[in-house]
Design a binder for this molecule. Structure first.
Ligand SMILES: Cc1cc2nc3c(=O)[nH]c(=O)nc-3n(C[C@H](O)[C@H](O)[C@H](O)COP(=O)(O)OP(=O)(O)OC[C@H]3O[C@@H](n4cnc5c(N)ncnc54)[C@H](O)[C@@H]3O)c2cc1C
Length: 99
């Protein structure tokens, strides 16, 4: 079919791991970001932690999971910055497949 311009609007295509310059060890078998139990990107070198949650970790899912994981990751970030337990709610743990 002839066209002057084709725009591709695709959802559920996964995180852009090449742009994040991540190695295989940072990824799950499903090519999502692999995180530890406190939402840190697994096996990342350097002193600065990187936190991840939502579809980028879980894979394509539902907004309720993204919200719950976002809140949980926020609590983990709060704990990391504060150097102790966070008082923020952490309703879920990282999806098991990302471990
Ligand atoms: C077509 C479609 C329909 C859907 N319908 C439903 C539905 O009916 N009900 C439901 O519960 N869920 C639905 N979902 C799923 C829901 O939208 C997702 O699960 C949810 O949005 C995931 O939230 P998130 O914050 O993890 O990721 P996202 O909402 O994808 O947010 C990621 C954000 O990161 C930004 N970003 C990406 N790369 C960079 C970068 N390098 N630097 C800075 N920012 C960056 C993006 O622009 C984006 O704003 C649907 C999804 C799609 C695609």
């Amino acid at each position: 079919m002839r066209a002057d311009l084709v725009l591709i609007a695709a959802g559920f295509v996964g995180p852009e791991v090449d742009q994040l310059t991540l190695a295989e060890r940072h990824l799950t078998a499903r090519q999502t970001l692999s995180v530890t139990s406190d939402w840190r990107l697994r096996d990342l070198e350097g002193a600065t932690p990187v936190f991840a949650c939502g579809d980028a970790v879980r894979g394509q899912s539902l907004i309720v999971w993204a919200i719950a994981e976002g809140r949980s990751a926020a609590a983990a970030i709060d704990a990391a910055l504060g150097g102790g337990p966070s008082a923020l709610p952490a309703p879920v743990e990282p999806y098991a497949l990302s471990w």
